[in-house]
Design a protein around this ligand. Structure first.
Ligand SMILES: [Zn+2]
Length: 210
């Protein structure tokens, strides 16, 4: 699956599970974390093997920049103040070490090994929690759904890494085929419908367009 599809599935699920429980500002930041989580799983991809990586990166950076600008200029929110308000500096450093260490380990062990395992999910989410507190839930949701969606295609994931068992895939779809596009479209439509049902269209128009 492409990064765009992973991001779409992530934010669609977040719209149903997490967005209804928080205010709109928290939701916008949370959706940013969910998108980052949905991309982070593939930090074990080597650039040369991923021709689509630049278009995915542009897509992710565009959405995250848009969220940042909305929060800063429409809501007058300083998101840097919000991140892990209660987390002491030493724990934040530990969080950065866990994340950077995980990405390095993911690249050493190879694609769909450590980064696509339950231990990788747990340690990456812990790293984000140490930096950003509760937003780690959004990150973890995006990350976990990436792993679930990847199970659909033909390259196995080492879910129980480093154990030699637990290599799983269902070989149902190709990563860039029709199902990828369909899944992405369904997820974006689901996300849009759910967001409109939560906030109503006039409210969204007043906030985002007016
Ligand atoms: Zn993946």
């Amino acid at each position: 699956m492409t990064g765009k599809t992973h991001a779409a599935v992530g934010i669609c699920s977040a719209a149903f599970i997490l967005v209804p429980k928080v205010d709109i500002k928290t939701a916008l930041i949370g959706l940013g974390f969910c998108i980052i989580g949905s991309y982070a799983t593939d930090a074990d991809l080597k650039r040369s093997k991923a021709g689509h990586i630049i278009s995915d990166a542009v897509h992710a950076i565009s959405i995250l920049t848009l969220l940042y600008l909305l929060l800063t200029y429409k809501f007058h929110y300083n998101i840097w103040d919000l991140l892990g308000i209660n987390m002491p500096g030493k724990l934040k450093i530990l969080g950065v070490v866990l994340i950077v260490g995980s990405i390095i380990l993911g690249r050493i062990t190879g694609h769909r090994k450590y980064m696509h395992s339950l231990i990788g999910l747990a340690i990456m989410t812990l790293g984000v929690w140490l930096i950003a507190g509760g937003f780690a839930v959004w990150f973890g949701l995006g990350y976990a759904l990436h792993m679930i969606v990847d199970l659909l295609n033909e390259k196995p994931e080492d879910l129980l890494f480093p154990l030699p068992i637990g290599r799983v895939c269902f070989s149902i779809v190709k990563s860039r085929g029709t199902v990828n596009s369909a899944l992405s479209t369904i997820a974006y439509v689901g996300f849009t419908c759910k967001i409109i049902s939560i906030y109503n269209i006039n409210y969204l128009y007043n906030i985002f367009i007016k």
